[in-house]
Design a protein. Structure first.
Length: 126
């Protein structure tokens, strides 16, 4: 399995940054699972073969994991942007309010799977 360039310690640091250090890890296992989600396979083939798909799986995974006492959606968004930057993409071309609405939609299951990947792909700067 390919390892995500963002580890659990990185995710905890991102969360500390977005919450001012007041939040704590409530479910480390779910966070580790969320970090592995972009690289899941089926019958040897990647479930998320594109960078946008991997980023979407990461975003959905962290939001759904609810592994922190606070700041889960903000942490998921920053981790997703960090992952994309590490993959050679510039920051997403959306305003903060648009991103917040999108991440809230992911949390409310208004956007799932391929829809999340498409939204990310449409908003990437190569």
């Amino acid at each position: 399995m390919t390892e995500l360039p963002i580890g659990i310690d990185d995710l905890v640091e991102i969360n500390r940054g977005v919450t001012g250090g007041i939040a704590h890890v409530t479910d480390r296992g779910s966070l580790e699972s969320a970090l592995a989600r972009p690289f899941h396979t089926f019958d040897g083939a990647p479930l998320h073969p594109t960078v946008a798909g991997q980023a979407g799986a990461l975003l959905e995974g962290i939001v759904a994991a609810h592994g922190f006492s606070d700041g889960n959606k903000r942490t998921a968004w920053i981790a997703t942007k960090t992952y994309l930057r590490l993959q050679g993409f510039r920051p997403l071309k959306v305003r903060d309010v648009v991103a917040a609405d999108f991440v809230e939609g992911v949390a409310m299951h208004q956007y799932r799977g391929a829809e999340v990947a498409v939204w990310i792909a449409e908003n990437l700067f190569p």
